[in-house]
Write a new protein. Structure first.
Length: 203
């Protein structure tokens, strides 16, 4: 999709946002542009990252709203005003309701630190270590309103060493995320990703 307009949702440090911003600056996103950062924590480091990258920011404090739908109504209006084509969830730590999922189904993706469907939800890295698997990784998938249950676009495997801990494994997982997520966004922007039911074909 030439000139695809992207909104990134994030809550924390923003390493995946940074990877996307770097890819955009280096013209590796097939013409996609980062139009907006949506963040539920105005003090989060990702907010400053966005400002340094010249990306507009929409912040809010969930506790100041009566419900998720209330603040999502404001977010949806902002996304529509900016004619956003794709939402990228990159470390956004809030549940998203159908109010946002339904109008953006097939145009909202998430990056998750495991090889889904294994280890969905929080602490995917810890879950993999505790289970004792030898290989884990990262997944980029469409968001369907379930818990990390949407159609899978792409995955990258990361081997687990016998002496790995969360502290040693996490940097390799995050590095894989920062490679895979911009690549997926570039493929979507190029019109090379086709969604058919649960099957996704990337050309």
């Amino acid at each position: 999709m030439a000139g695809m307009r992207v909104a990134v949702f994030a809550s924390g440090f923003g390493s995946n946002f940074g990877a996307l911003a770097d890819a955009a600056k280096q013209q590796r996103l097939e013409g996609a542009s980062l139009e907006l950062l949506v963040c539920d924590k105005p003090e989060a480091p990702v907010v400053e990252r966005a400002r340094e990258a010249g990306v507009d920011v929409f912040t809010f404090r969930p506790r100041e709203y009566s419900s998720r739908e209330t603040y999502e109504t404001e977010i949806l209006a902002e996304l529509r005003r900016r004619e956003v084509d794709l939402i990228v969830l990159a470390g956004y730590m809030r549940i998203i309701t159908p109010l946002l999922v339904e109008p953006f189904y097939g145009r909202m993706i998430n990056v998750h630190p495991s090889l889904l469907p294994a280890f969905p939800g929080v602490n995917g890295i810890r879950q993999a270590l505790e289970y004792g698997v030898k290989v884990t990784g990262v997944t980029v998938h469409y968001v369907d309103g379930g818990l990390d249950s949407g159609p899978i676009i792409a995955q990258r495997a990361v081997e687990i060493a016998d002496d790995d801990t969360e502290e040693t494994l996490a940097p390799r997982i995050h590095a894989a995320e920062q490679e895979l997520l911009p690549w997926v966004v570039s493929r979507i922007a190029a019109g090379a990703v086709q969604l058919d039911g649960r099957r996704v074909v990337v050309k």
